[in-house]
Write a protein of this length. Structure first.
Length: 179
C-alpha cells in the first residue's frame, strides 16, 4: 500500500460527504465538489475519516490510490479554505477587463480576446494587469489558469505575456552584432 494513501483524510464538521459506488461528493462552506472513482478504488468513511483502498495490487490500482487520496485531500482543503491562482500580465499596453463572467484581454493582437470563466470559479481583476481566480476545486482553478495563460504565453526575449505571479521566465539574449 502507498505510504501516503495509508494516511486517513480527516473530514471537518462543516464538510458533508456523500458517497456511492463510483462517486464521492463533498459540500462545505465554499461550495460543492465531486470526484469520480476509478473502477479499482473504493473509499470508506469511518468516524469522520476517509480511507482510500484499492481492490487489486496492479500497478494502475496503486497509482490511482495515491492520486484519488490527493484529490480528496485537495477537495477537503478547498471546501474549507478555497484554492487560489494569481496571474499577471506583462507588456506595454497589455491589459484585462472583467465584465460579469467574461474577461476581455487586449494583448497586442488585432482584436480583443474574450475568455468565458466557468461559473464555479470566482474571478477578480483588481488592476488591469492582475487576475485572481478562486474556487474550491483545485483542478478547475489550475485548468482555467492554464487556459488563460495559453492565450498569450510568455515570450523569452522581452518577457511579455501572461504568467503566474512569481513565475520565473528564462530570458534569451537577442541578436548581437559583432565586427
Amino acid at each position: 500500500m502507498s505510504r501516503l494513501a495509508k494516511i486517513p483524510i480527516v473530514v471537518p464538521e462543516k464538510v458533508k460527504v456523500t458517497m456511492d459506488a463510483h462517486k464521492v461528493q463533498m459540500e462545505g462552506p465554499k461550495g460543492k465538489v465531486e470526484v469520480i472513482l476509478p473502477f479499482n478504488i473504493t473509499v470508506d468513511l469511518k468516524d469522520k475519516k476517509l480511507m482510500v483502498n484499492r481492490k487489486s495490487n496492479e500497478k494502475q490500482a496503486r497509482a490511482n490510490q495515491g492520486t484519488i487520496r490527493a484529490h480528496l485531500a485537495n477537495m477537503v482543503e478547498g471546501l474549507m479554505n478555497g484554492h487560489k491562482r494569481e496571474l499577471e500580465i506583462q507588456g506595454i499596453g497589455f491589459r484585462a477587463a472583467l465584465a460579469g463572467k467574461k474577461i476581455t484581454f487586449n494583448l497586442g493582437l488585432s482584436h480583443p480576446v474574450e475568455f468565458e470563466v466557468p461559473k464555479e470559479v470566482d474571478v477578480k481583476v483588481p488592476s488591469q494587469t492582475s487576475i485572481i481566480l478562486e474556487s474550491p476545486d483545485n483542478t478547475l482553478v489550475g485548468q482555467v489558469a492554464a487556459s488563460i495563460k495559453r492565450i498569450k504565453p510568455v515570450e523569452p526575449y522581452k518577457g511579455k505575456g501572461i504568467r503566474y505571479v512569481g513565475q520565473f521566465v528564462r530570458r534569451k539574449q537577442g541578436k548581437s552584432v559583432t565586427k
